[in-house]
Write a protein that binds this ligand. Sequence first.
Ligand SMILES: Cc1cc2nc3c(=O)[nH]c(=O)nc-3n(C[C@H](O)[C@H](O)[C@H](O)COP(=O)(O)OP(=O)(O)OC[C@H]3O[C@@H](n4cnc5c(N)ncnc54)[C@H](O)[C@@H]3O)c2cc1C
Ligand code: FES
Length: 385
Amino acid sequence: MSGNFLEEFDGYQEIAQATQMSRKYGADYSLDRHGADQFINRLHPARIDLRVADVIPETPSTKTLRLVSAAGPLPPFQAGQYLALFVEVDHVRTSRPYSISSPPNQIGYYEITVRRVEGGLVSNYLLDDVGPGDRLTASGPAGHFYHNPLCHQKEMVCLAGGSGITPFYSMIREVWDCGLDRTIRLIYGNRTVDEIVFHDQLTSLAERFRNFTYRPVVEKPAAGWDGPTGYITRDLIQETVGDVSSKTFYLCGPQAMYDFCLAELAALGVERRRIRREVYGPPPAITQAPGWPPEVSAEDLFTVTIQGGPTFTARAAEPLLTGLERAGLATPSLCRSGECSQCRVRVVSGRVFEPAGALVRRSDRRYGYVHACVSYPLTDLEIAT
Ligand SMILES: Cc1cc2nc3c(=O)[nH]c(=O)nc-3n(C[C@H](O)[C@H](O)[C@H](O)COP(=O)(O)OP(=O)(O)OC[C@H]3O[C@@H](n4cnc5c(N)ncnc54)[C@H](O)[C@@H]3O)c2cc1C
Ligand code: FES
């Protein structure tokens, strides 16, 4: 046998020549691996340190927080994405997502616009206790609620409810600041006139730009209101938009608004594939949701055991994620509305309620995983995190 026994194998010479060429003329990109990691981490950081630069009152119940970076440049985002803020309030470590209301072409700061929720833990904290100079920790920008020019139409119809205006305010300003070739028809529902966020700014934009239509609608109008009243009905949509074909529809607001508008759009013949949605959290009255077992009441308490770990008590009408956080058990989360899979846990024994449309991957479901942010205990549980 010759000195190198590998030469006996078919194709050896070709492989040896290719290796020689690579060594002579090729570049070893593995040397740059850490440079690439650094770049990717700048674009998609897991956490960002922010400082509150300003607080801008918008309505009696809503303020905008202007947030600048406390370290390094802010990562870019798509208009419509959100940040999850990580906070500790009343000794509970938790998070809440807030859509970025400033446009992505403004690279010096992010703005989030927060509306007070009666009895809510984090909205009240942000509105009452956070001020200029305070530091906040957030996730990088996240979410899939944005215009994708590859598969969405240039004609956008945006249906907003309450604080659900925020991603649209970012989209609208990007379109006009950057002169993008798009049309936006916005129908924006609120309970009362003084709850309409960005009303003056939106009215002024609609007066200046032919490609932007603004239709505010209020449920309980004050004297002198001459705009539409009630909900975002099929008639109002038809009247504002005209022909509904070749348009992409974007819905953002509470679950009740989404359920209502979806039925109206279906009645107008808008296919589900042309509807994009962002729901602002789990349904508020979960025991009223279709399929909730009548024998379980909202205040029923169940014991939840973490496999090989502690035990805590959870209330039937509270998402499992909230129970975990109250018990001091850190659980990853971003969207808190069942979409991002960060909070998934495996139910080893017992039953949970998941509202219709809970977005759990088929493979996850097969192994008993649920999204803790939209799962409610119906029995004692054993879970694995
Ligand atoms: C993708 C996304 C983007 C969002 N963007 C925005 C935005 O731009 N602006 C904005 O204002 N909001 C936004 N939200 C909503 C926001 O994340 C919060 O859900 C909202 O601020 C309420 O949080 P909270 O902590 O104040 O209320 P929570 O404490 O979560 O309470 C919510 C409700 O549950 C009730 N509740 C809480 N605990 C209990 C209990 N133990 N028993 C009975 N009832 C209870 C409260 O009374 C309240 O009615 C967004 C949500 C999502 C999913
Ligand atoms: S936090 Fe996103 S799915 Fe629960």
